[in-house]
Design a protein around this ligand. Structure first.
Ligand SMILES: NC(=O)c1ccc[n+]([C@@H]2O[C@H](COP(=O)([O-])OP(=O)(O)OC[C@H]3O[C@@H](n4cnc5c(N)ncnc54)[C@H](OP(=O)(O)O)[C@@H]3O)[C@@H](O)[C@H]2O)c1
Length: 364
């Protein structure tokens, strides 16, 4: 099958990491590789659509060992079913999810076929197109990881806990920094589903967007007095998800939480709270897949298998077919049809040219 395969050796990856950008192109190329073989617990999927994430180009530029298949988010059709998965899946079923792309020679979404654990994916409801279904990958599972698995907010599928708090002043408030990112739009929606008031930051051109996805208040993150403005209106915030985790973002979150203390979830290594009483914790969506791994192998930090994280992903994806009426996909922007559109889309993400939309590619 055809797949997008990484080819950078360690020195080139470390140089790119040190400079914060790719100094030479072609860190990945389309190659013919074997169709993955599946275990009894896995399914094989013919990929019909993929969604693009910043992590995809970061893996190509700096993180992935050579010979890895790139790509995480997909939607497609089941073409083979492992023995233990036969009670749940059959050939022809529509399926979507995220896989740990950019690490393995036989597992990644930017390919004609992919394999996945049969319980780490979700059944696409008939009314949802493949292009929209593909967007419920890394960004969506990260929102769940941050809010439900780490900050302990009630789950969207937990009807008992989600009894609406009728008086808005009784609702706890959370800060979602960078709410117009794909991760931010899912985080806003899951926090609202948990009964929280959501305060977010975004560029003013994104205020309508975050409002549409449920944010109660939006502030311009470039405004030098953004912290004072948030605190003047929302003085009791004690939890935050920093959906950008770069530059001053974690510092702004920390200053908003400082009066009450609390916890910030960050999404990139290196972003840390420096305020006493304000804890910060990095989440990596890859720990949801239940396998130990090393980031930037063979020299980067090692992450152990976290069975509780895996259980969280199983719960999220098994409930998602019932939740798509309240947890909407981000605005979908079709980048094109076919493998080449993956590369043009990744270049746009790399250049920071994508705002308020999820780039999606249809596969032929
Ligand atoms: N740890 C994990 O597991 C994990 C999971 C998902 C994502 N991430 C990381 O989280 C980040 C966001 O990913 P994504 O896919 O959600 O992003 P995305 O959808 O591509 O984000 C695009 C948006 O980012 C906003 N933005 C850009 N620079 C910003 C800045 N300095 N401060 C605030 N907002 C800024 C822009 O908003 P405006 O146009 O409104 O300015 C733009 O709309 C990436 O770095 C990604 O690698 C990590």
């Amino acid at each position: 099958m055809k797949a997008l395969i990484t080819n950078r050796h360690l020195i080139s990856r470390i140089v790119n990491l040190a400079f914060g950008k790719s100094l030479s192109s072609n860190g990945a190329e389309f190659k013919d590789v074997p169709i993955p073989t599946i275990s009894d617990d896995e399914i094989l999927v013919k990929v019909k659509a993929v969604a693009l994430n910043p992590t995809d180009f970061k893996h190509i530029d700096a993180i992935s060992p050579p010979s890895s298949i790139v790509g995480c988010d997909y939607a497609g059709e089941v073409t083979k079913v492992g023995k233990n998965a036969a009670s749940v899946w059959k050939v022809g079923d529509r399926v979507a999810g995220a896989v740990h792309g950019g690490l393995y020679p036989d597992r990644g979404a930017f390919a004609e076929y992919l394999k996945t654990d049969s319980d780490l994916c979700w059944r696409i409801p008939a009314e949802i197109e493949d292009t929209a279904a593909a967007t419920y990958g890394v960004s969506a599972v990260t929102a769940m990881h941050a809010l439900n698995a780490r900050l302990g907010l009630p789950w969207a599928d937990d009807d008992q806990q989600n009894t609406p708090r009728t008086d808005p002043k009784d609702r706890p408030t959370i800060l979602v920094y960078a709410g117009s990112t794909s991760a931010g739009l899912f985080t806003i929606q899951l926090a609202k589903a948990a009964g929280y008031t959501v305060v977010t930051t975004a560029s003013p051109h994104s205020f309508d967007l975050v409002d549409k996805y449920g944010a109660d208040a939006a502030f311009d993150y470039r405004d030098p007095s953004v912290v004072d403005k948030i605190l003047a209106n929302h003085p009791n915030i004690s939890s935050a998800v920093d959906c950008i985790s770069e530059g001053v973002s974690t510092d702004i979150c920390g200053r908003v939480l400082r009066p009450n203390g609390g916890k910030i979830i960050t999404l990139l290594p290196g972003a840390k709270s420096k305020y006493p009483g304000v804890e910060s914790e990095l989440v990596m969506s890859y720990t949801l897949f239940g396998r130990a791994f090393q980031w930037l192998p063979p020299v980067g930090p090692k992450f152990p298998a976290l069975p509780e994280d895996r259980k969280a992903l199983v719960r999220f994806y098994s409930s998602l077919p019932r939740l798509t009426a309240t947890v909407k996909p981000p605005p979908v922007k079709l980048e094109g049809v076919g493998f080449d559109a993956i590369l043009t889309g990744l270049d746009k993400l790399r250049a920071g040219k994508v705002s308020g939309a999820k780039l999606v590619v249809k596969m032929v």
